[in-house]
Design a protein around this ligand. Sequence first.
Ligand code: ADP
Ligand code: MG
Length: 333
Amino acid sequence: IMVYVRLRPLSKKEKDAGARSSVRVADKKDIFLTEMQLETDYLRLKRVRGRHFVFDAVFHENTGQQEVYDTSTADLVEAVLQGKNASVFCYGATGAGKTYTMLGTVSQPGVMVLALKDLFSKLKDRSKDGDYLVSLSYLEVYNETVVDLLSPGRPLIIREDNKGITAAGLTHYQAFSAEEVMLLLQRGNQHRTTEPTRINETSSRSHAILQVTAEYKVRMETSTITRIGKLSLIDLAGSERALATDQRSLRSIEGANINKSLLALSRCIKALVEGDKHVPFRNSKLTQLLKDSLGGACQTAMIANITPSHVSFGETQNTLHWADKAKEIRTKV
Ligand code: ADP
Ligand code: MG
């Protein structure tokens, strides 16, 4: 699988708090992480230790949305048009830029919207008589329950039949343009579960999964064939929660459940890396839903999001280690 790292700019809040950058992007693939510590004699930061990582691409803080899309996802959209499955994950701590990368804003649309735009324009060109169908579903896994973000209501039940794993009753919305999809996703995102303790912070404990199915008729030399491909775009919950351990409070039950989903994802990744016969997809809702987007014949990309702030050094280090591990996964395309 392809693994990318995206560094976001320091926020105003971080700058005002005196944050320094502990991350340096050397060129298009290399990234250096330096731990800073307050020197005892002077109020100055000193370098303690550092580490160098290499990825398929590293996006520096001024990289635009289109470049991130072109590098990480455009090839996967092409694969979907060839009738394959593909998926893109955003991983990282809360505030690191996952939702910005995936969804973006109306003026700076992210990977989800740029992928649909690309998909629509290619389908228009390539389909026989404009005969194509794009349908999408958008759901959330929060606290091990699955909720339809396009039509919120009761939690959905996951079923496994001969066609694979599905969430029963999930809305499949037929879309006609990327602009319409942006509004739909923005609205869907507002339905993501908000943490009661952090009113302005949406969704740091929820995983959001957008699945887009593209079906079209294409003219071959002597016949017409139908191609179907599926693209999954996943905005994972904040990875820092995976470390929460307090056993008693409700917050920690949620933490443990995210822990469960992210942990299950890590376990599956480990099993895939090591080529185990048994990959434990059944251990969480997230991995059940992503079974055919992670194992099997699927093309996968991971975007690890990080902040440069030295205050978040620990989280950044964890994210980079995780991403480094993910590089070793081989899917069977
Ligand atoms: P996450 O989803 O990982 O919790 P967000 O995507 O919500 O983080 O990003 C946190 C804040 O940083 C948001 O205000 C977002 O607009 C901003 N941000 C994130 N990435 C970038 C970027 N590459 N360029 C500019 N602003 C960004
Ligand atoms: Mg987010």
